[in-house]
Design a protein around this ligand. Sequence first.
Ligand SMILES: N[C@@H](CCC(=O)N[C@@H](CS)C(=O)NCC(=O)O)C(=O)O
Length: 219
Amino acid sequence: MSELTLVIGNKNYSSWSLRPWIYMKNKRIKFTEKRIALYMENTTKLLEPYFSGYKVPVLIDDNLVIWDSLAIFEYLAEKYPDCNGWPNNPNARATARSVSAEMHSSFSALRNELPMNCRKKFSHFTLSSEVLYDIERIKEVWRYCKKTYGQKGPWLFGEFCIADAMFAPVVIRFTGYGVPLEGLEKDYVQTVINNTFLAEWIEAGKQEKEILEIAEVKI
Ligand SMILES: N[C@@H](CCC(=O)N[C@@H](CS)C(=O)NCC(=O)O)C(=O)O
């Protein structure tokens, strides 16, 4: 079996890096982690060899370089079919792809105004109407997945899959910025928070030394 390397950014800030990392950890896919701190003097030089537009995450499988989280997930789902990266049921699979694609392409207010920051815990953070709109849509999506396909386990489609990995950074945002939650969404957030690997990532993020002003909210 070939040797996989996952190139990631700062654990405290890099929400896109967290996605494939937590997926591979939960699915027990072995990989070497290569962390490159973002927005440092040498970041561009260090990311240059990966042809990823200077972005992370990047997955390296021997001589093959794959960039962009969704492309990485598709590659892993094909390479490790037994991991059930996408749900087995065709309808559930199509829906998991829809919600993952939506996460990948939408929610810009949430991303810009509530950047992922493992160190931060706000209790009275003011949420703009645009952010509230994104939050409501995410809750609606979670409820839909859970009610339609997720009855057999605690994850969106029952068993942990790529869709859960796509939403993992949202859970860090919801808890960090004190987003009010109840019922099914609250239970789902708790499931993600209880995940050993999420806890490991958050702890590592807290231990990092870099403070990236560009990713720190000003209040
Ligand atoms: N669409 C890409 C987004 C990747 C991305 O924007 N990554 C951020 C870190 S979370 C990055 O590399 N930022 C550095 C930069 O833009 O210079 C994906 O899904 O992987």
